[in-house]
Write a new protein. Structure first.
Length: 281
């Protein structure tokens, strides 16, 4: 099966029918639309929960845990966001699908460490939700390397990427990063800090590009510096993107997705024409 997402994602692979998805939605219209779309795109049978009691029963009496939940912020019996709190407390990865959304709402739901949110404000809303679901269920195929000399920064990025279901590795300096790349040929994305003591982000990018082309591995540079020329220097060194700290969650995830989408399309094309997408370093 294949799927083209609204933001440019392309998925071509096996059915995702083995995944169990719980949908907490009291609207008959949206529950029907979402259930139908996920079934026809990915062969996923959705368990629809119309109220808070249904949701608790579905989560606590399942034969195996849900891979993902899709939840409205307000649900009958949980008009003050209790459903979302419950899902997070039960360690169920959750995508919020809501029609009421303000900046204060965004801050509250992101603080709960949800996977993503989709707003019911356009004709593309259901397809955007389908893309979010597909990304989460398939992100484990992507291996991301985080390079930063700060343990705190590495931990924060690792936590954020694992929330999105990526596989991660981390390195505290450039030399360790190069070793990890040699020993892990499945790494498809490197996120590297600029200011590091032994090999800075520019030099690390140059060395990586000596063995891996942009069609084999993507590189995103990061920095908290206000120097606007850093992005240009990263790109000239062979990087593919640059993000300034502190990150806006949605922008960071979008940048990661865009780079991995590009890599996936290149690898798919390479397979079709019989050209190896990843050579040994």
């Amino acid at each position: 099966m294949s799927f083209f997402g609204v933001s440019g994602m392309y998925y071509s692979g096996e059915s995702l029918a083995e995944h169990r998805i719980v949908l907490a939605e009291d609207s008959n219209l949206f529950s029907s639309m979402v259930s139908k779309r996920l079934k026809e795109l990915f062969d996923i049978d959705v368990i629809v929960c119309r109220d808070y009691d249904d949701l608790q029963f579905a989560v606590e009496n399942a034969t195996f845990p849900a891979s993902l939940a899709i939840s409205n912020i307000n649900l009958p019996g949980a008009e003050n966001g209790e459903a979302l709190n419950y899902l997070i407390d039960m360690s169920v990865p959750t995508v919020v699908f809501t029609g009421s959304f303000q900046e204060s709402t965004r801050e509250k739901i992101l603080a709960k460490e949800i996977v993503d949110y989709v707003i019911k404000d356009s004709v593309f809303a259901v397809d955007m939700l389908a893309e979010s679901v597909c990304r989460f269920l398939t992100n484990h195929k992507h291996h991301v390397l985080i390079v930063d000399d700060s343990p705190t920064a590495r931990a924060l990025l690792t936590t954020q990427l694992k929330r999105y279901n990526f596989r991660t590795s981390s390195a505290e300096n450039g030399a360790a990063a190069l070793d990890l790349l040699k020993n892990n040929p499945d790494i498809g994305l490197v996120i590297t800090d600029y200011n590091m003591p032994d090999i800075d982000g520019f030099e690390l990018t140059r060395r990586i590009r000596g063995s891996y082309g942009p069609h084999q591995l993507r590189i995103i540079g990061v920095s908290s510096s206000t120097n606007r020329l850093l992005s240009a220097r990263f790109l000239k060194a062979g990087g593919n993107d640059f993000v300034v700290r502190p990150f806006v969650n949605e922008e960071f995830y979008c940048r990661v997705n865009q780079n991995l989408d590009t890599l996936t399309k290149i690898r798919t094309l390479s397979e079709k024409v019989g050209v190896p997408a990843k050579a040994s370093a």
